[in-house]
Design a protein around this ligand. Structure first.
Ligand code: AMP
Length: 195
């Protein structure tokens, strides 16, 4: 099963992706986590993206598409995966389509976790406390920038999948369990076929 989880920063994509990973034995692929791991490891890629991420801007499409193309070919993705934080622009979504076509893969679900943006700052602040400020971009100023990037570049990905009749939405304002159940209900309805 191959799933895209979609939503603004703080919507709960990472939490739900981790639950899906455990429940369905499919791999969570978080581009943000992968980039943060590169930064922690001090790799060239990490050095290249650190300032961009700290500012709350998106890294280049080419870079992230290459990372994903390589990642989904790994053996731990053979049973399927959840994309958490990708695609984040229309060109990334188009590149993913091309990648899937080339690899003869099909996308099963595109799920938007819809939240009232007024709660995001509180959630991001809570995450900063929980993770002991592990992420340089989990603060009010950078969140503003990340939300701007979301509205300008990422929100247009929704009509892209809507146009393919693939977009499904869950209410992300409930508890973790409620959102989990709403996603499970969508998945049990079977595959959403692209048109
Ligand atoms: P996240 O952990 O998903 O909130 O991502 C943290 C940061 O990583 C983002 O603010 C971007 O700088 C970068 N990033 C993650 N995924 C992508 C992507 N698909 N395209 C561009 N930049 C990304």
């Amino acid at each position: 099963m191959k799933i895209i989880l979609f939503g603004p920063p703080g919507a709960g994509k990472g939490t739900q992706a981790a639950i899906l990973e455990d429940t369905y034995s499919i791999k969570q692929i978080s581009t943000g986590d992968m980039l943060r791991a590169e930064i922690s490891a001090g790799t060239d890629l990490g050095k290249q993206v650190k300032d961009t991420m700290d500012r709350g801007d998106l890294v280049s499409d080419d870079m992230i598409v290459e990372i994903i193309a390589h990642r989904i070919e790994q053996s731990d993705c053979a049973n399927g995966f959840i994309l958490d934080g990708f695609p984040r622009t229309v060109p990334q979504a188009e590149a993913l389509d091309a990648m899937f076509a080339e690899k003869d893969m099909t996308l099963d679900h595109v799920i938007e976790i819809k939240v009232d943006e007024s709660i995001l700052l509180d959630r991001i602040k809570a995450r900063a406390v929980e993770t002991d400020c592990e992420r340089a971009d989990d603060n009010a100023d950078v969140l503003k920038k990340r939300l701007e990037a979301y509205h300008k570049l990422t929100a247009p990905v929704l009509p892209y999948y809507e146009g393919k009749n693939m977009l499904e939405t869950v209410d992300g304002m409930g508890s973790i369990d409620e959102v989990k159940d709403a996603i499970a209900a969508l998945l049990s309805n079977g595959v959403k076929k692209a048109s």
